[in-house]
Design a protein around this ligand. Structure first.
Ligand SMILES: *[C@@H]1O[C@H](CO)[C@@H](O)[C@H](O)[C@H]1NC(C)=O
Ligand SMILES: *[C@@H]1O[C@H](CO)[C@@H](O)[C@H](O)[C@H]1NC(C)=O
Length: 772
């Protein structure tokens, strides 16, 4: 069970397993963790053993003997007997105390499948020989008697805006077992005419007691519920209703149509308006006197009553405000809704535009549409109209002629350039600048990709690729010992197993990709491509080690280092919850984080100078060794078989990748900054509360990962530079590495993990990072 862990792997020294390395295993650990969570839930409802009959688990009850597992939250506390370990875990609201010799760990669940025979946990506890404290590769589980949680209490809502609220809640009534909270917001009432997404959902850890609800709709009443989750079982829900403030009316109203003009009055028809962000309370008519020589831009701040417009010399004013009516006579000299409907200057050119006033619970919002010339349905009412149109026709014709001339000129220049360059082909191919941006590795391997005969050729191509390997990287079949009971993942290339490699008198832990003969031809192409790239670029100290292959006519095994800890896991586990009395909220130093960011930039610079594009850079393909060294996987997070959950890497991707699949070193730079931001925020989820589908349009409107108060401006500015929409405006990795190196000289000017009052760490929302 060593694989289920990302840290504290095998804290029992007698066991055969050591820290592991490479993306399959680390990733597998994530999925196993997800799987184990759902397994426990399944058991609960299946009634075998789990949260439902939890109340029969009295304090100190011996649950049984289980295979050693290491994905345990709070390991390495010393306890001489079962009772003190049970006490320790009870105080932390865990369901189980786990003993292995004198080491005490706490767990929120157990895995029924790894239950062992009672006799295997034969070791007696040091301080109490009547109790069992595990055995070889096995652990004894005791119940702590902690009860499942009830619903959270004291829900309250503060700081309401048009689209956000701050939700607070308190502990369930009695201290109890709990894994996380799920928060939902359901629409009860809204002004929106198009249906809103039925339910917004957020998940937060069990130590959180507040959440900023983002992306709400203005002027909408929500039923907000907070559920305590005990594993995957909902063990209590509390609800509160809250309404967002109304927003600026949207969409803008249509244009009034001028029906007739009669000296100082004008009759208009008023279109009925809709507003998704609040009620439509009043309509306002704005008169604009169009002066062709000097036209002021419409500025809402200067808009006011007729008298004010005269005082300020502004050529527009509100002439009336009224509840809906389909026609209105402007200029009758009466007061309408507090505004003077002044007679119009005769013979003037008038535009009329419409505003909507939304007035609800003490908040008033207004939006105005600006009028266009089209509203003069009857041209005779306004003689200026034809003049204007003639002017624009002339302007348009002139523009067309100029454009046509430019087009011809560009053909001539193009032809000339082709002629010139055609004579000097060697010059172009010498020019590295021109090729530096493209996905060079793609081009290099293009020969393999479109070949439809690839399937037959696959073996040949594969052995061709493997021929290039050094003889020290080729292993006889008997140098590799496969652990066939231990399939780590079912990859698209075949099974991945753990094993041992006998190399240079050393016995190395490794993972073995057993390349299957019947993989899809598409996957064969990808495999060949990635393999060629890896062989060309490796070894490099910042990347996972590829030990080599064992191959014959009958089998192909690819052998890799077994992964240590996944970076993501390491970051998230460094978070110190507010409930712990600590002056800092990170267990990792600022220096360490910056060093990691620097190491990753160095690794990426290496790819850049070798004209390779990573394409899948994200925190799930970076590992941390026991000595805090960074190890990148060149493959990215593994593609698992379809039925497995996968990491959705779109949150790390540059807009041009999301849109056109256009990968380049510059798109790697974007992903790199996302990864660096994640490091700084201790594994926060990029764009938490935004679904993947919404990412691209929001990015184009300027959405970027936020700047928390503890990331200072210089560092954040570096990230922003990497997040330029235009790829050519982003720095290259050489420049990035240089800047991070500078930052390393004074880490505290970039980052600070000191706990201050108003520090909020952005959320880690694992569900958003998975493909659904
Ligand atoms: C609400 O927002 C204001 C200003 O942003 C802040 O000062 C105040 O602390 C916030 N209230 C809560 C309960 O967070
Ligand atoms: C709000 O949600 C809770 C929990 O689902 C439910 O019990 C309650 O009836 C809902 N309130 C309204 C007004 O719909």
């Amino acid at each position: 069970m060593c694989l289920a862990s990302m840290n504290n792997c095998c804290w029992k020294s007698s066991g055969g397993c050591r820290p592991l390395a490479s993306q399959w295993v680390g990733w597998f650990a994530v999925s196993l963790w997800i799987l184990s969570v759902s397994l426990v839930a399944g058991q609960g409802t299946g009634g075998e053993k789990g949260s439902l009959d939890l109340n029969e688990e009295t304090k100190g009850l011996y649950i049984g003997c289980f295979k050693e597992r290491v994905d345990i939250y709070d390991a390495l506390v010393y306890a001489g007997n079962a009772d003190s370990c049970v006490d320790i875990c009870e105080r932390a609201y865990f369901r189980y105390a786990v003993l292995s010799s004198s080491k005490c760990a706490c767990s929120k669940e157990f895995d029924q499948a790894s239950r062992l025979d009672q006799a295997i946990c034969h070791m007696r506890c040091k301080r109490n020989k009547a109790q069992f404290c595990g055995g070889v590769d096995s652990q004894s589980y005791y119940a702590t008697g902690v009860k499942v949680s009830g619903p959270p209490t004291n829900l309250s809502i503060g700081n309401i805006t048009e689209t956000t609220m701050l939700l607070h809640w308190s502990d369930p009534a009695q201290p109890s077992y709990l894994t996380r909270f799920v928060i939902r917001a359901n629409v009860l009432k809204t002004f929106a005419t198009s249906p809103l997404s039925q339910s917004l959902e957020w998940g937060v850890g069990d130590h959180e007691r507040h959440l900023h609800l983002l992306n709400l709709h203005p002027g909408t009443l929500y039923n907000i519920t907070v559920s305590s989750m005990c594993d995957e079982t909902n063990c209590g829900t509390a609800a509160i209703e809250a309404e967002t403030l109304i927003g600026k009316p949207d969409p803008l109203p249509g244009e009034p149509v001028i029906l007739e003009r009669n000296g100082t009055t004008m009759k208009v028809s008023v279109p009925e308006a809709i507003n998704n962000n609040g009620p439509v309370t009043f309509y306002r008519l704005v008169v604009m006197i169009i002066n062709d020589e000097f036209q002021l831009e419409f500025d809402e701040a200067l808009l006011g009553s007729y008298n004010r417009s005269v005082d300020n010399g502004v050529p527009y004013y509100v002439t009336a405000q009224f509840p809906y009516q389909s026609q209105f006579l402007i200029g009758d000299g009466k007061i309408r809704g507090g505004y003077y409907n002044a007679p119009l200057p005769p013979d003037s050119h008038i535009h009329v535009s419409l505003g909507i006033v939304s007035d609800y619970k003490g908040i008033k919002t207004v939006a105005y549409a600006t009028a266009t010339h089209k509203q003069h349905s009857n041209r005779l009412t306004d003689s200026n109209a034809t003049d204007d149109d003639q002017t624009s026709v002339v302007a348009l014709s002139v523009a067309c002629v100029i454009f046509g001339l430019l087009l011809i000129a560009s053909f001539v220049v193009y032809g000339y350039l082709r002629f010139k360059t055609g004579n000097r082909p060697q010059r172009l191919s010498d020019n590295h600048e021109l090729t530096l941006q493209g996905p060079m590795v793609e081009v290099e391997n293009n020969g393999y990709v479109p070949d439809s005969k690839l399937k037959e050729n696959f073996r040949d191509q594969l052995s061709l690729a493997l021929d290039d390997l050094d003889s020290s990287q080729k292993f006889a079949r008997n140098a590799v010992r496969l652990n066939i009971d231990h399939i780590l993942a079912q990859g698209s290339f075949g099974d991945v197993m753990s094993g041992k490699l006998q190399a240079n008198a050393e016995n190395l832990d490794c993972q073995v990709h057993v390349i299957s003969d019947d993989i899809e031809s598409q996957d064969q192409a990808v495999l060949l491509k990635e393999l060629n790239q890896m062989i060309r670029l490796m070894p490099h100290e910042k990347f996972l080690t590829f030990y080599g292959v064992s191959a014959s006519a009958d089998w192909v095994y690819l052998i890799f280092e077994l992964p240590p800890v996944l970076l993501k896991k390491r970051l998230v586990e460094a978070r110190i919850p507010p409930s712990v009395d600590s002056a800092r909220f990170s267990a990792i130093s600022e220096e360490m984080i910056l060093q990691w960011i620097y190491d990753i930039s160095v690794a990426m610079e290496y790819l850049e100078t070798n004209k390779a594009v990573h394409k899948k850079l994200c925190s799930y393909c970076v590992y941390v060794t026991n000595t805090n060294q960074i190890k990148l996987s060149i493959f990215g997070p593994p593609r698992l078989a379809d039925h497995e959950k996968q990491i959705d890497i779109s949150r790390w991707m540059a807009p041009e990748v999301l849109r056109f699949q256009h990968h380049s070193t510059k798109s790697d730079v974007w992903s790199y900054a996302c990864l660096a931001w994640e490091c700084c925020t201790l594994g926060a989820t990029l764009y938490a509360n935004i679904t993947s589908q919404d990412l691209l349009p929001r990015m184009k409107n300027g959405l970027r990962p936020e700047q928390p108060a503890f990331i200072f401006n210089d560092l954040y500015q570096l990230f922003l530079n990497c997040w330029q929409i235009e790829p050519s405006e982003r720095p290259d990795f050489e420049e990035v590495a240089f800047n991070v190196r500078q930052a390393l000289t004074s880490p505290r000017h970039c980052l600070s993990y000191d706990r201050l009052d108003n520090i909020l760490i952005p959320y880690y929302l694992p569900l958003l990072e998975l493909k659904n």
